[in-house]
Ligand binder design. Structure first.
Ligand code: ADP
Length: 327
């Protein structure tokens, strides 16, 4: 059976981008068709300035939201990365496989390091893709369903797996990334040239999964578009509008966002429909989340059992890798 691994970083509240670009596919497709593991990858939250209590709270919230979104612990393994030592153990071996130049070429590193503006950049921000490779390779993963912002990191993971296998003998399965057809990259509503990322502190452009309906509406109605009149789909020339059409398509299940453009005579009408569609998309998730928050012992139990199963899967693979390099 196909093995799948994917994860979410507890660096902020989960967004509509996380849901449309990744989580929804985990719930609707991946956990049913494959042997799937989903990690709250909390070690990755330490790559930037962090508040310990907040990271713990956000990990818990992410786990609760993933369950609320429909991940079923009977069908998949849901766990917290730091509960499974194998990730850090394998990461070191992969640091000894990757090169400094390779790491510095990563687009996300360049972007995030530039944003630190002269402040100190943690070394782990540079090596973050190596830890991500360890997350994936420790489970003999075949497929990594992610938004396309992560494509370069999965490509690196493949390179490291191939290199390690060539040098030390076959040890790792070489994985590949898969992306949703529509909505693989949801853009920030206030800056449609950058993605809707939960770690950015630009609240008005980001729809969070737990936003109240009136907050969602306000954010969508204030989304930045150009000053034109006609609704057309043009990702390059009219990125704000294209993003709204993509979100609408992703919410309603339409295959082609360009086709939706013809249904609208004004930006206002489009925004109203987008707002309604997003509110409806998130409604069941928010309701289920409220129920789960009232039952913390259930969430604890899921995470404990998940870590146990994940450990059992990762340990033989990581032990094999240690033996392969001569340790
Ligand atoms: P973030 O960038 O929000 O911190 P994570 O790194 O935790 O997100 O990613 C969780 C998943 O959500 C990944 O599969 C990632 O590709 C996807 N994802 C994140 N942001 C977006 C976005 N704006 N559009 C589509 N997918 C996204």
């Amino acid at each position: 059976m196909t093995r799948i691994f994917s994860g979410v970083k507890p660096t902020g509240h989960l967004t509509l981008g996380n849901y449309i670009g990744a989580v929804r596919k985990w719930v609707e497709e991946d956990q049913h068709r494959a042997d799937a593991l989903f990690g709250i990858v909390d070690l990755h939250a330490l790559t930037v300035e962090h508040d310990p209590a907040r990271v713990r709270r956000l990990s818990r919230q992410a786990a609760t939201l993933l369950l609320a979104a429909g991940l079923d612990p009977e069908r998949c393994v849901l766990f917290v990365q730091s509960h499974v030592d194998e990730h850090a153990r394998l990461s070191y071996l992969l640091e000894c496989t990757a090169t400094d130049g390779e790491m510095r070429r990563m687009i996300q590193y360049k972007e995030k390091a530039a944003r630190e503006r002269g402040g100190s950049v943690r070394l782990s921000l540079l090596t973050y893709p190596v830890l991500m490779a360890a997350d994936i390779l420790a489970y003999e993963t075949d497929e990594v369903p992610v938004g396309d912002d992560q494509a370069q990191h999965v490509e690196l993971t493949r390179d490291l797996a191939v290199r390690f296998n060539q040098r030390y003998g076959h040890t790792f399965t070489v994985p590949k990334a898969t992306h949703p057809v529509v909505g693989a990259r949801v853009m920030n509503l206030q800056d449609p040239t950058s993605k809707m990322g939960k770690s950015d502190d630009s609240g008005p452009g980001i729809v969070y999964l737990l936003d109240e309906p009136d907050v969602v509406r306000r954010k969508v109605m204030r989304a930045v578009t150009d000053s034109g009149q006609d609704v057309v789909f043009d990702r390059e020339g009219r990125p704000g509008l294209a993003n709204l059409l993509e979100v609408l398509a992703a919410c309603t299940g339409a295959a082609d966002p360009a086709e939706l453009a013809g249904d609208y005579a004004s930006y206002g009408a489009l925004k109203r429909d987008v707002a309604d569609a997003v509110v409806e998309l998130l409604r069941p998730l928010r309701e289920r989340h409220a129920e789960l928050v009232a039952d913390p012992a259930y969430v604890d139990g899921v995470l404990r059992a998940g870590a146990e199963r994940a450990r059992g899967m990762a340990r033989p693979v990581v032990d094999r890798a240690y033996r392969a390099v001569g340790l």
